[in-house]
Design a protein around this ligand. Structure first.
Ligand SMILES: Cc1cc2nc3c(=O)[nH]c(=O)nc-3n(C[C@H](O)[C@H](O)[C@H](O)COP(=O)(O)OP(=O)(O)OC[C@H]3O[C@@H](n4cnc5c(N)ncnc54)[C@H](O)[C@@H]3O)c2cc1C
Length: 376
């Protein structure tokens, strides 16, 4: 008999959240290569919750998880997981067709939004330049996520439900053991498990290769973020997140400073990502083109890998060939805001159960997320 029903590879938000959902029903071990949880992408996000972000399947996941964010299980977090911020998507004259398409898409999801004039946008964020913003769309329900509270809440509840965790325990080898798997860890130990949950973020294709499965073509894309001082006397707390309609940049208040990103998507190998000086310069250039924001010093800069499947829809489901290898991958740029619904959907699929009714009511199904869609 296997020691565990599920060995989960990776303890970022993906691994932590599905561990929590699975541990209520099964014996779970989470193994993490690093010496702490959340060292890679999970610890580097911009912490935005925007209902209109991502493709149609990502939006459904985000909307389906809102209830969890607003009312997490008792004891999950001492702090609210969401703080309302609002999101202002801005457009210059030549971007108005893109803005119209964007508002039509939001309207189709039923999310609350309103169109605002350039003047009204500047009343919200006074540093915006007149010529740079002709019209905008405001989404009042967009929030900041307390990503640390979300991640640690999942880790804590998973432990309380009986999940085991091991740090400094990278997966180094995977072989068949009967109908399950034998997994060799960096500390020399071997673990027998009925199934493996591949939640290794940028490394998911590599984990699959260890198990003899074909890669899905997941692509890690580097994204840069910087923290800068806000202009003097700015009423920063009242500013919404500001995003360019073509997603060429965004900026938002963050702990008394401004977080800005050039929204870069530079293909990368799975590595410990570091910011590139050129991307930092591009970021400053792009935000200064639309906003009167003097940048005297970069307080902090970082980069992380957002990993996407070829169709930019996350991948949840058993590999159609390598039996007992469950993909929980391709969280892209939305892994924090999609986590609650994704974890419940993923756990149902991993356990072979039908989808929770509230997720099905949102139009969520197994097929759009299945890895089988890449196995022609
Ligand atoms: C700049 C930036 C801004 C972002 N902004 C947002 C946002 O506003 N909202 C949002 O929802 N999302 C955002 N994201 C995306 C979000 O952060 C990711 O979707 C999410 O963190 C991915 O989580 P993960 O658990 O899949 O990956 P990771 O956090 O990278 O976790 C994977 C883990 O697997 C481990 N691992 C790898 N190989 C092995 C192995 N062999 N053995 C054991 N463990 C292994 C790694 O060490 C790592 O800890 C942003 C990302 C970036 C970079």
């Amino acid at each position: 008999m296997s020691a565990y029903d599920f060995l989960i590879c990776g303890s970022g938000i993906a691994g932590a959240s599905i561990a929590c959902e699975l541990a209520a029903h099964a014996r779970v071990l989470v193994v993490e290569r690093e010496d702490r949880h959340g060292h890679h992408t999970t610890g580097r996000s911009a912490a935005m919750f925007i209902e209109s972000y991502g493709n149609a399947w990502v939006r459904r996941l985000t909307l389906a998880g809102r209830g969890f964010f607003d009312a997490p299980p008792v004891g999950f977090s001492d702090y609210p997981l969401l703080t309302r911020r609002g999101c202002l998507t801005i457009a210059a004259l030549d971007q108005l067709p893109a803005l119209d398409a964007h508002s039509a898409e939001i309207a189709a999801t039923g999310s609350e939004m309103r169109e605002v004039s350039g003047e009204a946008a500047r009343a919200m964020v006074p540093v915006l330049r007149a010529g740079a913003v002709v019209r905008a769309v405001f989404e009042p329900n967009a929030c900041d996520i307390d990503t640390n509270a979300l991640h640690t809440g999942y880790l804590r509840l998973a432990r309380a439900r009986g999940a085991d965790f091991r740090l400094n325990a990278g997966v180094e080898g995977i072989e068949r053991a009967g109908s399950g798997w034998r997994v060799r860890l960096a500390d020399g130990d071997t673990i027998e498990t009925a199934a493996i949950v591949n939640a290794a973020g940028a490394w998911c294709d590599q984990i699959a290769a260890l198990a003899g499965a074909a890669p899905l073509g997941l692509q890690p894309l580097r994204r840069t973020a910087i923290l800068i001082d806000p202009p003097a006397q700015a009423n920063l707390a009242a500013w919404p997140t500001v995003i360019d309609v073509d997603e060429q940049f965004y900026f938002k208040p963050e702990s008394g400073r401004l977080l800005a990103s050039p929204a870069d998507e530079t293909p990368s190998a799975p590595v410990d990502a570091a910011p590139d000086e050129l991307d930092i310069a591009i970021c400053v250039d792009r935000i200064q083109a639309v906003a009167d924001l003097p940048v005297r010093r970069i307080q902090r800069a970082w980069a992380g890998l957002r990993t996407f499947a070829p169709d930019r829809t996350p991948v949840y489901g058993y590999d159609p060939v390598a039996e007992g290898l469950f993909w929980f991958a391709g969280q892209g740029g939305y892994g924090m805001q999609t986590a609650p619904a994704a974890a419940r959907l993923g756990a149902a699929l991993a356990l072979g159960r039908s989808l929770p009714a509230d997720l099905a009511d949102r139009g969520l199904r197994a097929e759009p997320f299945s890895p089988a869609r890449f196995r022609a």
